[in-house]
Design a protein around this ligand. Sequence first.
Ligand code: MN
Length: 191
Amino acid sequence: MLYTQPQLPYANDSLSPAISKETIEFHYGKHEKAYIDNLNNLIKGTDKEDMPLEEIIINSSGALFNNASQAWNHIFYFFSFSPDGGGEPQGELRQAINAQFGSFELFKKQFEEAGVKLFGSGWVWLSSDDEGNLFITQGANASNPLTEGLTPILAFDVWEHAYYLDYQNRRADALHALWDIIDWDVVSNRY
Ligand code: MN
């Protein structure tokens, strides 16, 4: 089975000003499409062709890992947003955030800082382990917490391609704006 790129559940111009229409067209329409096309070319006719994407990510390296993980990461990232997003998490995720980071505001500060301080291209992640403990981690390039046995809950893309059209060198502003479009219903259900 080859992978097809899912259509986003919102219009390309509906996340503005946090993310512009132009950025979605390039980032999801071209960058993400290329990762999926590359992934399909790499698995076509191999024993990985019918493997779930998460298993490919855990069991690969090099170009296959990079394209499989980036294909997965961008779907995870873009499906965390909503034009009606923002606000705060509720329920068990909120309780865990408060318990581990002190408050939602302190969590956001720590998460943003991890993204701002990541050198070069990569991702900042909120993940959980089997006991519900939360982790904020930085990962270079195509990194994915699945490879460490963790469950991803939230990701911010800090590659320049994620924000350069809208924010140029202002990565901190780009990350800060994402809180306004996070769909906490979707994200809380991952915990
Ligand atoms: Mn990206």
